[in-house]
Design a protein around this ligand. Structure first.
Ligand code: T1G
Length: 707
């Protein structure tokens, strides 16, 4: 047997153990080991039944995703799991799959090839392949509808969300929930079924008949709405539909054809990049596994506004008691009311039980003083975005907090070192920049100051995981990673409307490109007053004679801050549905005329290129400066914080689709037209283009240097 797959025996039951840490993926050697073990146990007269189980924390979490790139590059043969699955299914002895942790993708496909499945109560079962831009490729779209029914199979394969063991039991995937020792429970089950005829999943046709065809149409409509731009969900629906029309073998052949078309697609390459990019952000050169992670058992938050309230919810959701301080009773009551409303919405939608809501609310202690702050392990500050106020608060916290308490500011732009200078513990000061709504958005920018201790960075990254966030390390540059890149992106969007594009043209072009919403719509959502205040804070840094957007300030002077005032770039009805605002259009025209800006027809390509290439150019600039560790980190920031389409992999990965040389050529064209102060190409962009390299090469180089 291979060391990845072990075969042992207990009471006449053969036990096949998959041991391929960290997640028992079906890496080369595992399918072969399974096949060998099944053959050996199947032909062993002393064996009456077989149990298959995963070693460590999980059952099989799927095919080895790292192998997909090699398949696409032709470095290794295509996926061939089907023969192994048929060998399991045709085994003369009943095969019982014992599932704990996650049976995902190929893992669930292996499980469904077995004759029975038992699971621990907290096991998760799913077909998340669409999250990688592919579909199940090992008969999952053919066996799952036979076990769980067509509607459930469509839902699981097209949307990729896992289900729990109890639901899997109720829909027919799992045959028993095992409380306590899973292996013992599985062996007991195997003893019960030994010698009895075992049903092969592929022969179960009853759930494929009499299917209401609208289930496919509804799923397609839902996928078009919730997975906009992604092609894999519709492909998965087509494959499951094939199961209701074709024989098992024909259905598998159809699935394989669809699977391979997806695997060789640009979308899958982008989404697999996003998968590994998200797992790579926690790797920080100066933070090794030996760097101590400080204990975080008690937290405190200053400011109960939109951000402060969301941050407090994050701590409470993670089981960490949190003090929440506000300056005045009214503001405190308003903050707590918002928190209660957010939890009530989750209870109403069934995502949370009332008991869990009460428990989490119980962990949040609203107050008007700093009482108890001296016991906190971390204090998060989320007060109004002004340097003077931030420094005052940090000086107060420094005087109260215990010596080893971390002070984390939620500033989205301001200088971390400047804020830290108000304390005597700069090494314990760090930026924890959440994104609104903080209890929902997954992104957390961890901003290191020049004195921030590696242990504080290690603790922040670990805390990010506990708070179910994707924590990305950023350097202390104005706007850090996300907002720094956002400035030229929004600048260009505003210039384009001054030059003749309509607000709807600009929003529409970026929306069709795949952004969750257009740049001006995003500004209206965030509130034009937020960036107005920040522009005031940094007005002294504006270079005389360099063009700046003109209209947004005028809208703010008119009290038009966007959705929250019903008018901004667009106007909004009660339900916050946008519509063109003729007055804004007139204001734009008048402002442009007075500024002598020539107005012209602006094409969609130019709109997309000026906004997205501005983003990429600034991304390359801050990457070259070391504000981001990897181009992939920038992608993770934009995928999780700014609504960049995952099927494009992120702005830096997207360059690969356009071609770095082409991006540089366009940037140089824009520099020629709009001047070097706005469009000088980032040195790294030039260096990589001239070296015929990509940002992936750059990350690879950085990784090998760090190793
Ligand atoms: N292949 C290769 N590496 C994997 C992997 C996989 N399937 N899953 C995880 N890893 C690595 C990951 O990169 C990280 O590495 C480490 O394991 C821990 O992961 C034929 C075609 C299982 C829920 O999509 O969802 O089967 O960074 O940090 O938070 O039809 O990993 O330490 O070096 O995420 O505890 C379908 C993907 C594949 C599941 C665990 N399966 N994995 O989460 O740990 S396609 C998936 C996950 C397929 C078939 C098709 C999660 C997890 P490193 P982690 P975690």
């Amino acid at each position: 047997m291979s060391e990845l797959v072990r075969l042992s025996h207990q009471d006449g039951i053969a036990v096949i153990t998959i041991d391929n840490p960290p997640v028992n993926a079906l890496s080369p050697g595992v399918p072969e080991g399974i096949q060998e073990a099944i053959r050996a146990a199947g032909s062993d007269p002393a064996v009456s039944a077989i149990v298959m189980i995963g070693a460590g924390r999980t059952f099989i979490a799927g095919a080895d995703i790292r192998e997909f790139g090699k398949i696409v590059r032709g470095e290794r043969p295509r996926l061939t799991l089907l023969p192994m699955l048929l060998e399991i299914e045709d085994c003369p002895k009943p095969v019982v799959m014992a599932i704990h942790g996650t049976a995902f993708g190929g893992g669930n496909e292996v499980a469904m090839a077995g004759h029975y499945r038992v699971a621990s109560a907290d096991a998760q079962i799913g077909q998340p392949e669409v999250k990688l831009g592919i579909i199940p490729g090992a008969a999952g779209t053919q066996r799952l509808p036979r076990l769980a029914g067509v509607a459930k199979a469509v839902e699981m394969c097209a949307f990729g969300e896992p289900i729990g063991a109890r639901e899997a039991l109720s829909v027919g995937i799992v045959d028993r929930i095992v409380e306590g020792d899973l292996l013992a429970g599985a062996i007991a089950f195997a003893c019960e079924v030994a010698g009895k005829p075992a049903r092969k999943t592929r022969e179960r046709e009853e759930k494929l008949r009499g299917v209401d065809a609208s289930v496919f149409a509804k799923a397609r409509e839902q996928a078009a709405r919730t997975k906009r731009g992604q092609s894999a969900p519709a492909a998965a629906i087509e494959a499951v539909e094939a199961a209701t029309r074709l024989s098992f073998a024909e259905g598998c052949a159809r699935e394989t054809a669809i699977f391979e078309a997806c695997l060789f697609s640009a979308q899958s390459k982008a989404m697999i990049h996003a998968f590994f990019a998200e797992r790579g952000v926690s790797k920080i050169p100066e933070v090794s596994s030996k760097t101590p992670v400080m204990k975080i058992e008690r937290a405190a938050v200053v400011g109960a506004g939109t951000m402060g309230g969301g941050i407090a919810m994050n701590y409470a959701n993670a089981g960490i008691p949190v003090l929440l301080k506000e300056a005045g009773q009214e503001a405190l009551d308003r903050g707590m009311a918002t928190i209660r409303k957010n939890y009530a919405r989750s209870v109403k939608s069934g995502r949370l039980t009332q008991a869990a809501m009460d428990e989490r609310l119980g962990r949040i202690s609203p107050q008007l003083t700093y009482e108890g702050f001296e016991n906190a392990d971390i204090i998060a500050e989320a007060v109004f975005e002004g340097m003077a106020l931030k420094k005052q608060v940090f000086a107060e916290l420094d005087a109260i907090a215990k010596p080893e308490c971390i002070l984390a500011t939620n500033t989205s732009y301001l200088d971390i070192d400047e804020i830290a200078s108000a304390t005597r513990r700069a090494e314990l000061v760090v930026g924890h920049h959440y994104f609104s709504p903080a209890n929902v958005m997954r992104l957390l920018e961890v901003v290191r100051g020049k004195a921030t201790r590696p242990a504080v960075l290690a603790t922040s990254m670990a805390l990010g995981k506990r708070l179910r966030k994707v924590a990305v390390l950023a350097g202390n540059s104005r706007g850090f990673i996300g907002n720094r890149m956002l400035m030229p992106y929004l600048r260009e969007a505003q210039f384009l409307v001054e030059e003749g594009a309509s607000v709807e043209d600009v929003n529409g072009a970026l929306y069709d490109f795949g952004m969750a919403m257009g740049p001006l719509a995003m500004s209206d959502l965030a509130g034009l007053d937020v960036s107005w205040r920040i522009r005031q804070e940094f007005k002294h840094l504006e270079k005389p004679g360099v063009r700046v957007p003109l209209v947004s300030d005028k809208l703010c002077e008119m009290g038009r801050f966007g959705q929250k005032t019903g008018r901004g770039w667009s106007q909004y009805d009660e339900a916050r549905n946008p519509s063109p605002d003729a007055e804004t259009a007139a204001l734009i025209e008048k402002t442009a005329r007075e500024a002598g800006i020539e107005r012209r027809a602006v094409g969609r390509d130019e709109i997309v290129e000026r906004c997205i290439f501005a983003l990429i150019n600034e991304g390359a600039r801050l990457l070259g400066e070391g504000v981001a560790l990897r181009a992939a980190d920038i992608d993770v920031v934009y995928l999780n914080g700014y609504g960049f389409p995952v099927w494009r992999g992120g702005p830096m990965f997207y360059v690969g689709e356009v071609g770095l040389k082409n991006v540089l050529a366009r940037v140089r064209e824009f520099e020629g037209k709009h001047g070097p102060d706005l469009w000088s190409p980032a040195p790294l962009l030039v260096e990589l283009a001239e070296g015929a390299q990509t940002f992936e090469d750059y990350d690879g180089r950085a990784a090998s240097t760090a190793a």
